[in-house]
Design a protein. Structure first.
Lengths: 181, 662
């Protein structure tokens, strides 16, 4: 191969890269048009799958829990990731309060300090039956957490039946309870 | 009266006229250079001016419609309202998709016009090609505006009032952030046009490097300023207490900034040594392509971002096509022509040029990291349907180590001589700076308890001190008479000052970022007359009142801040409720002494019907936060000082040669 041809091939690498990216964008656009590509969608990789393995230390005023305990429940449990530093979590507390008379809610304090969480629950009356700590957020990663607050409905046997990556509202609570009844 | 002359139809017509003129500006000079007809080539400049004036008229028409509340224009109807303050009626013109594309095209035409004004000394055929390329890109954007994003569409029947503008955008910081940012993006079209013209000409030399550099610096300075303004806006308007969120749209502005910074330096090597030519051409093409793809990504709806423009896949397809023609065409030309360019310059690794090569490698690696992090989520979703997001942890882990090496080199590079550096002499100049910086790292570690921020602090001190010691060496302070020192100060080229000012600006910004890493914050829910302790300050919520604003109702909290019993300031964070949009915007209260910020946000208050209502307050203590933007401003100033350097001011190439000999 001639030297100049070899250099031309080498210098067409930027074009090739740009062409691949352009092709990808075109594919995204056409799927966006057909409605089967939503960049804002959040799907949980573990939906309809067993819960991951984990152990959570006690978060006063309640006790922590682990994978086995959650699996052995005979009634559905709502797992709610929350934090005292999260303002949407604060607004969600009222909904959780009402919900707690229909379903057991277990909380996971995400990336938070135990004192801060205890104070938060004291101010907002605790809706949780059990609360565990996830101080470094590593349990959150295994659950595919996108942020706080986020709720997961766990059926007896430990299957994740439903998932809501936002503060719970009256309508989302209805959907949730339809799974339970 | 004026609204009768500058009607939307007239605007539509002048936009179409500008598009035709831009097309002519693209085709005629290129044909002229093909058939070697000087008259045809000389038409480039008048056509560029004609296109600029036509587009200026179109822009004036849209602004007139906005000011006169012409709600029969769809764009004004959707984004304005009669009760909106005048300033935001004007700036609101570019606060939406159609208007901002018109602004983009207008700035492109503006750069085309000033390039033709300041390029009279250039060889005719190069000049014609540069202006033609700029005309070609402008024609593409004007066609986009006309076909898919026409801001002059009418509606019938015309409603009495408009739908209003997103209250978040009704802020002076955001009014000027887009035009300056766009001027930065679009400014890189000039180096791009020079690069493509050089490929067409088949010739890149030192003169080319000297011509392209001031335009690169101008675009870079504007982009720096635009990014800094945007970051400042997000800090004081959004009320999240942060200044950079690794949002895809922010990344889209950071990418051309990183490669543009690399270009700025590599063009210097072309100018001085006629080396790195092919690389510089690629950077020029790449930087403008990244500016364009940023626009594409924002407006196509592909990326999940807080910067929600009304996105539309049809528009996305058009911009993608435009990108394919402009960038794809340039890259194909590059692949074909670049191998024929001859490299001449020689330099050793330890030289100014060598340090710039290192700078380019590091900056481009950082750009590659940011690009990967930004495009990974949509591509992964495209390939296997998985949704994920890439955020701060990835960018911090991947970028900070590279940035630290860059900071280390940033101080050394400007001290080394061109072509072949002297290791001993360089070490001598930098020894004092090194001796002071190392204890700084240790002191910072005692306060911060983290290794990377402490290293960054030390390296910033290192950058600032080595600049100072090189300056002292050049002016021979205390080694000669005072008069001689002052003479030497005046005799140093402006670019010498500019380099160090810009580098010190970077160091100050980084110090601000490190300071923010040590910020403290508290979220509390308290009744009136409660005192909160944070960062050594006592924050007392004294009162909450309601007030009627021009187009909103404000709820204002009054916070008294004191330290050790001494009153410091009163802060009034507020929430503005805009009835028309039924949207609440937080109005952050910031008290700054330029070393740290006290930052207070009034949150959503619930149960306000109770006997003792509780209010949510978020309080932050942000050490060194203002330095982030002060540093950005200093970088911008450094850029503008370079533009005044004698090399760029002196007239024709003949004069320049003489200047170089002296």
């Amino acid at each position: 191969m001639q030297d100049i041809t070899r250099r031309r091939l080498l210098w067409s690498l930027p074009f090739a890269t740009a062409a691949v990216a352009g092709g990808g964008f075109l594919a995204m656009l056409s799927r966006l048009r057909k409605g089967n590509f939503d960049p804002r969608e959040i799907n949980t990789p573990i939906l309809n799958k067993p819960i991951p393995s984990f152990t959570l230390a006690d978060q006063p005023p309640s006790t922590g829990f682990n994978q086995q305990e959650l699996q052995q429940q005979t009634k559905p449990v709502l797992i709610n990731f929350f934090a005292s530093w999260c303002i949407p979590c604060l607004t969600e507390m009222g909904v959780l309060q009402q919900l707690s008379s229909h379903i057991a809610i277990w909380g996971i304090a995400y990336k938070d300090k135990p004192d801060a969480v205890a104070g938060f629950l004291q101010r907002n009356s605790n809706p949780y039956r059990r609360i565990g700590q996830d101080p470094d957020g590593s349990v959150g990663i295994d659950w595919g957490l996108s942020g706080v607050p986020e709720s997961f409905l766990i059926m007896p046997g430990g299957i994740i039946k439903w998932h809501y990556p936002k503060p719970l509202t009256a309508t989302s609570t209805k959907t949730l309870l339809s799974f339970v009844q | 009266m004026i609204s009768k002359i500058l009607s939307p139809e007239f605007g539509h017509f002048t936009l179409a006229l500008a598009c035709c003129l831009a097309g002519a500006q693209f085709i005629i000079p290129l044909m002229g250079s093909k058939v070697k007809n000087n008259r045809l080539m000389a038409l480039a400049s008048p056509l560029a001016w004609g296109q600029f004036f036509a587009l200026a008229l179109a822009f004036a028409c849209l602004i007139t419609a906005a000011i006169t509340d012409d709600f029969s224009v769809q764009n004004i109807l959707q984004n304005s309202a009669a009760d909106k303050p005048l300033l935001y009626k004007i700036t609101g013109v570019w606060g939406n998709h159609e208007g901002s594309i018109l602004l983009w095209a207008f700035i492109l035409a503006f750069f085309g016009a000033i390039v033709s004004a300041y390029s009279e000394h250039l060889p005719l055929s190069l000049r014609a090609k540069v202006i033609a390329i700029m005309g070609g890109s402008a024609a593409g954007f004007e066609l986009f505006c006309l076909t898919t994003s026409n801001p002059f569409l009418r509606v019938w029947p015309a409603p009495l009032d408009g739908q209003g503008m997103n209250p978040l955008l009704q802020d002076p910081g955001l009014a000027f952030h887009p035009p300056i940012l766009y001027m930065g993006y679009v400014g890189f079209s000039v180096p791009f046009a020079f690069a493509v013209a050089a490929l067409l000409e088949g010739k890149v030399d030192a003169a080319w490097g000297r011509w392209v550099r001031p335009w690169t610096v101008l675009a870079w300075a504007l982009l720096t300023c635009g990014i800094a303004l945007g970051s400042w806006w997000s800090y004081y308007v959004l009320g999240w207490g942060g200044y950079w969120f690794w949002d895809p749209v922010e990344n889209a502005s950071l990418l051309p900034w990183l490669t543009g910074t690399a270009l700025l330096h590599s063009a210097l090597v072309v100018e001085k040594r006629e080396a790195l030519k092919v690389w510089t051409i690629l950077l020029a093409i790449g930087t403008f392509s990244l500016s364009l793809s940023g626009t594409f990504l924002v407006r196509s709806g592909i990326l999940n971002s807080v910067h929600a423009f009304a996105s539309d896949p049809a528009r996305g397809v058009f911009i993608l096509l435009l990108l394919a023609v402009i960038s794809g065409g340039a890259l194909l030309l590059f692949a074909w022509r670049a191998p024929t360019l001859t490299q001449t310059g020689i330099f050793t690794f330890f030289s100014r040029e060598g340090s710039i090569v290192l700078n380019n490698i590091l900056l481009c690696t950082m750009a590659a990291v940011v690009l990967t992090g930004t495009l990974y989520p949509p591509f992964i979703q495209l390939i296997n349907g998985q949704t994920l997001s890439v955020g701060k942890p990835f960018f911090d882990n991947a970028l900070i180590p590279i940035a630290l090496v860059l900071f280390l080199a940033m101080a050394i590079g400007p001290v080394i001589a061109f072509k072949k550096g002297n290791l001993k002499q360089t070490a001598k100049t930098l020894s004092v700076a090194a001796l002071i910086s190392i204890p700084c790292i240790i002191i910072a570690f005692i306060y911060l308890h983290q290794i990377l921020p402490s290293l960054a602090t030390g390296l910033c001190v290192w950058i600032i001190l080595s600049a100072c010691s090189d300056f002292i060496k050049h002016i021979a302070l205390f080694k000669t008479s005072l008069g001689n020192t002052i003479n030497r100060m005046a005799g140093l080229p402006r670019s010498f000052y500019a380099t160090y000012i810009a580098h010190i600006g970077v160091a100050i910004t980084v110090l601000g970022i490190v300071g923010m890493a040590a910020s403290q914050q508290k979220i509390v829910e308290v009744p009136i007359n409660t005192t909160i302790h944070l960062a050594g300050y006592d924050w007392t919520l004294t009162n909450i009142t309601d007030r009627q604003g021009p187009n909103y109702i404000a709820t204002e909290a009054v916070i008294k801040v004191s330290k050790d019993g001494q009153p410091i300031t009163w802060m009034v964070p507020a929430r503005h409720y805009f009835q028309r949009q039924q949207q609440v915007v937080t109005d952050v209260a910031i008290h700054t002494n330029f070393v740290s910020d006290l930052y207070a946000v009034l949150g959503d208050s619930k149960n306000s019907t109770q006997a003792t209502p509780l209010f949510v307050l978020r309080l932050h203590y942000n050490p060194l936060a203002p330095w982030i933007w002060i540093g950005g401003l200093i970088m911008t100033i450094g850029g503008f000082i370079t533009l005044t350097d004698r090399r760029f001011r002196v007239g024709s190439p003949a004069h320049r040669k003489k200047a170089k000999d002296i």
